[in-house]
Ligand binder design. Structure first.
Ligand SMILES: Cc1ncc(COP(=O)(O)O)c(C=O)c1O
Length: 393
């Protein structure tokens, strides 16, 4: 059969487009802020991971411009051979200081970080345990490792224990998201970590959505729970709170040194471009110098969470992170709700299977420190109007 046959047969997107409900690849015009222009209209943005609003911070932008002038537009090579700038090294040192870790290693994206770290640490014959709701990059990292993979039910430590006991596995790798990217709930680290240690498993926490916004200082979900010293490796991204692109792994120096010399996604892919590195360095300074941003993002999310709950929406287990799901269930109804909210001036993210379970199609909403109370209230008014109209609440 022609390898292209699956493409010719693919009509899922076309069917949704034909009904005028297609919510993906929407071109945004201008800077990603709490309100922005889409299709010539002003829209409240509840669909961005710009949690701390730093993509528009004057100092952050200035530092990116200065790096562009000094170093040019790109590195044209991998960290390994010819793509390491003094800026990369400085970022790794400053981030290690911030995270209180021995060593940080940067990658070109968060996705590549998971591919690179997991597939370098685990090989054929090893065992990996993952939460069923872990991010796609973790799952793909486990596939690339050729290790045996066991998925435990989402945040279900009883099921994890059952699998660990059944496999009588000592010395495995356990990987979880810190903040789950779609539903915004937190990994139950206070229960997962002791369990991992009982079975001598090493733990990676991917805190792409936690670093910058969770914990008193923004060091992430482990800081939030007071268990930082029990996590072996922290993985993160620069594409959310850090307002740029890139990823990092943080952990023991010997482990990072090994990954640095063995990880194919690190060695065979070009490094983060200079303006991106400078952006992250500047964002790191702002995170430490303007702690009110962290407080403000939670203030905005708490107001939205309370409002959506009071309206009667199902917001899952969202409790502390600035991601709030509005669970609708059915795909087409989710697209319709997305469209009506868009028409009412609110941008959300429509999420369907396989990103979430098939019966849990949802609108993912996320918040920024720059969302005002008035802005959140206007968004809630739109949710109320659309929810009543479509019989959702
Ligand atoms: C939990 C998690 N890990 C990794 C990534 C990948 O990060 P990046 O977009 O920087 O490649 C994401 C991005 O959505 C994520 O949510």
């Amino acid at each position: 059969m022609d390898i292209f046959q699956k493409c010719l047969d693919f009509d899922r997107a076309t069917r949704v487009r034909e009904q005028g409900l297609y919510p993906y690849f929407i071109p945004l015009s201008g800077q990603v802020g709490p309100e922005m222009e889409i299709d010539g209209r002003k829209i409240i943005m509840l669909g961005s991971n710009n949690y701390l609003g730093l993509t528009n911070h004057p100092t952050v932008k200035q530092k990116a411009i200065m790096a562009l002038e000094k170093y040019g537009t790109g590195c044209t090579g991998s960290r390994f051979l010819n793509g390491t700038l003094d800026l990369h090294v400085m970022l790794e040192e400053k981030l290690a200081e911030f995270l209180k870790s021995e060593r940080v290693l940067t990658f070109s994206t968060g996705f590549q970080t998971n591919l690179g770290v997991i597939s370098t640490l685990a090989h054929k014959g090893d065992t990996i345990f993952v939460d069923r709701s872990d991010h796609a990059s973790i799952i793909d990292g486990t596939r690339l490792s050729h290790a045996r993979v066991f998925k435990f039910r989402h945040n279900d430590t009883g099921h994890l224990r059952h699998l660990l006991e059944r496999e009588r596995e000592m010395g495995a790798l356990l990987v979880v998201d810190g903040v789950f990217s779609m539903e915004g709930d937190l990994a139950n680290l206070p229960e997962i970590l002791p369990l991992a240690h009982e079975f001598r498993a090493r733990v990676i926490v991917d805190d792409a959505h936690g670093v910058g916004v969770m914990g008193e200082h923004g060091r992430g979900t482990a800081e939030h729970f007071g268990v930082e010293d029990q996590v072996d490796i922290l993985v993160g991204t620069f594409s959310k709170s850090f307002a740029s692109i890139g990823g990092f792994a943080s952990g023991p120096a010997k482990v990072m040194d090994y990954i640095q010399h063995a990880s194919r996604p690190l060695i065979f892919s070009a490094s983060m471009p200079p303006p991106a590195v400078a952006t992250v360095l500047a964002a790191l300074e702002v995170i430490q110098e303007e702690p009110e941003r962290l407080a403000n993002v939670h203030r905005a999310a708490d107001r939205a969470r309370e409002g959506l709950r009071q309206l009667g929406y199902d917001i899952g287990d969202s409790c502390a992170a600035p991601i709030i799901p509005v669970i609708i269930g059915d795909d087409m109804l989710t697209f319709l709700t997305w469209k009506r909210l868009f028409e009412e001036g609110v941008f959300t993210n429509a999420v369907i299977s396989p990103a979430v379970a098939p019966d849990r199609a949802m609108l993912r909403t996320s918040y920024m420190s720059t969302h005002t109370e008035e802005c959140i209230d206007r968004a809630l008014a739109a949710f109320e109007k659309v929810g009543s109209e479509l019989d959702l609440i």
